[in-house]
Design a protein around this ligand. Structure first.
Ligand SMILES: Nc1ncnc2c1ncn2[C@@H]1O[C@H](COP(=O)(O)OP(=O)(O)O)[C@@H](O)[C@H]1O
Ligand SMILES: [Mg+2]
Length: 595
């Protein structure tokens, strides 16, 4: 039965949102900090008011000193609180990152198994970065300061209602400008995000295929493609920057204008004897300070939108990847049987089945050779057997000792499975790391045992640094045959019950072929099950059963001799066998020789 691939219907809360909710007490304390910071910021206005209206008329130096000391103290506290607020925000950002990273990284890994892929698979990790950056940046601080604007306006109102009218008018204009910023920059930023993703995906492909690109002179063409995507990306970014930047400048001008307007109106009110001189300065400073967060918010609006898009995208991803594995029961290690029931499989994100109902079963000690022309679905079968691609229909299943693969968590299942994909991917690290499946706590005995079981121990100790040879990404420092031997040892590591080898002998020499035969025999001897997708008949030497694939279906399945004899009868001697197979008589001879 398939793992639930669709986002589940139960109402899941937005993962990022709920995380923010979890930190709401801390965010609440930040809000309180912000309140104190903002009220303390009024001290400057208050100081002006006192200096002009009290100190200057009374000519009292002690009052001035007293006020100044008080002022200094308040500013110091203000500075300290702002400092603490910034530190708390950075730490909340870091914690959110730390909490989400394991889930996001896990989702990044399974995404290619769930959907058609394409685009930029690393986007979620960058999304996390952009959320964290926003959390610890000035933009969020500005958002926390915004709600305190009315306090400032109220202060201005106390000074004189007319001044407040001007200030509120200005604030409304600025808020409208903020909304316009949001409206004008969110669309281009979204588009820029997409173009940026495609750009990075192309760069990644170019990096991976550097050898082919260089050898066949493809560099200018791929460069042109990159340039086009980059232009697109830059154009959208520019549009967003222009929108935010242009409006930002207007904001600044309006704020300056407003400050002067308040001064002018204040002067008029002083002439009319409705206001003190100190109040003019105080009002002007307050108005300017009250609008500063809007200006800052508009300046950082891009990072705000980016963080929001990121949070939405991450939330969708995590919701889709959420899988309730906690309810899975711990199953005993399989040791008897592999059952494949009318297996129907399509690549992730696609509807058209490649495997159209394949059934067979194997007992402990069996080894199955899978043969058939290219494109007949052999690799698809291998992927389904190890659980990376899931069955499509309710009736189809791969079962180990009766339990379908989705009854295990991938980690637990992985211990019972050895898999050697057709295109081998090795990791940057030593040969030993790779054989041990990157388990940092692996014992040397287990690593050597796997190498010996795969007949690769001698080959590995002859490498420059033996088991400690660093192989670089995809094992670049090893030959194709050597890589296959390391991958074979990795598949055998931990004596898994089911070992699936997809064309394991594609680049093996004679010694490698013999090692492979020995490896299959050792799996059989210890009561495991081996499945070998065969390209050359030498791989069939150690198997006792054969499955013939054609067009996604099992053409024949049974004991090796029987199946191969039937194939000999259906194909007249002298003609060549089906594509991907040797001529049958050659196959039979070869198998008799080795088997
Ligand atoms: N990731 C994929 N997306 C779409 N089609 C695929 C994918 N992988 C394989 N196929 C198609 O499935 C068919 C069977 O492929 P595969 O199982 O690799 O065959 P084999 O290993 O026997 O050569 C082929 O027609 C191939 O084009
Ligand atoms: Mg294949």
């Amino acid at each position: 039965m398939a793992r639930p691939k669709q986002p589940s219907t139960r109402t899941t809360t937005h993962p990022v949102g709920s995380l923010l909710w979890k930190y709401s007490p801390i965010l609440g304390s930040v809000a309180v900090f912000s309140g104190v910071v903002n009220i303390l910021a009024l001290a400057g206005s208050f100081y002006m008011l006192q200096v002009y209206d009290r100190v200057l008329p009374s000519q009292s130096v002690p009052t001035l000193i007293g006020l100044s000391v008080l002022m200094f103290g308040l500013y110091a506290i203000n500075g300290l609180l702002e400092f603490l607020r910034a530190r708390i925000m950075s730490r909340v950002g870091t914690r959110i990152d730390r909490t989400l990273t394991p889930r996001v990284f896990a989702a990044v890994q399974v995404m290619p198994l769930r959907s058609r892929g394409g685009g930029d698979g690393m986007q979620p990790l960058r999304d996390l970065d952009s959320i964290r950056n926003f959390m610890s940046g000035m933009g969020l601080t500005a958002l926390f300061d915004l709600p305190w604007m009315p306090v400032y306006l109220f202060f201005v109102y106390i000074l004189h209602p007319m001044l407040a009218v001007v200030a509120v008018g200005g604030a409304i204009v600025l808020i409208i400008l903020t909304i316009v910023t949001e409206y004008r920059s969110s669309t281009p930023l979204r588009a820029a995000g997409q173009a940026g993703g495609q750009r990075l995906a192309l760069a990644e492909t170019a990096r991976r295929n550097a050898e082919s690109i260089h050898a066949m002179g493809m560099a200018p063409h791929i460069g042109a493609r990159y340039q086009a995507l980059n232009d697109d990306y830059l154009a959208h970014q520019l549009k967003a920057s222009d929108a935010a930047g242009g409006i930002g400048n207007v904001t600044k001008v309006i704020r300056m204008l407003l400050q002067s307007a308040v001064l002018g109106l204040g002067a008029y009110l002083v002439i009319k004897n409705e206001l003190s001189a100190g109040a003019i300065i105080a009002a002007s400073i307050t108005v300017s300070r009250s609008l500063a967060p809007i200006e800052s918010a508009i300046g950082h609006w891009k990072s705000f939108i980016t963080a929001r898009i990121s949070a939405k995208r991450l939330g969708d991803l995590l919701t889709a990847a959420a899988e309730d594995e906690s309810t899975l029961v711990d199953l005993p290690a399989p040791k008897n049987q592999l059952l494949v029931e009318s297996l129907v499989v399509a690549p992730p994100g696609q509807r058209e089945a490649i495997l159209k109902g394949v059934s067979f079963n194997l007992e402990r000690g069996d080894a199955l050779g899978v043969i058939g022309p290219s494109g007949s679905g052999k690799s698809t079968l291998a992927r389904a057997l190890v659980g990376v691609w899931s069955p499509m229909t309710p009736a189809s299943a791969v079962r180990l000792d009766g339990a379908s693969l989705d009854q295990w968590t991938p980690e637990k299942l992985g211990r019972h499975i050895g898999y050697m994909p057709q295109e081998i991917e090795l990791f940057d690290g030593t040969v030993a790391d790779n054989i041990a499946r990157l388990d940092a706590n692996a014992s040397s005995e287990a690593v050597v045992a796997a190498a010996q079981a795969s007949g690769s121990h001698e080959l590995i100790v002859r490498l420059p640094d033996g088991y400690q040879t660093r192989m670089g990404e995809s094992g670049k420092s090893l030959s194709g045959g050597e890589r296959q031997r390391v991958a074979l040892a990795r598949a055998l590591y931990g004596e898994p019950f089911l070992v699936v080898l997809d064309e394991p002998n594609a680049s093996l020499d004679n010694a490698g072929d013999n090692a492979l035969t020995e490896a299959i025999l050792s799996i059989r001897r210890r009561g495991g099950i081996a499945i070998v997708i065969a390209h050359r008949p030498s791989a069939l030497a150690a198997v006792n059963k054969v499955l013939v694939m054609a067009n996604g279906q099992a053409r024949a399945f049974g004991p090796k001799d029987e199946v191969l004899r039937n194939m000999l009868q259906t194909v007249p001697p002298g003609t060549s066998g089906p594509e991907g197979l040797p001529r049958p008589e050659a196959a039979a001879q070869n198998i008799q020789k080795q088997g």
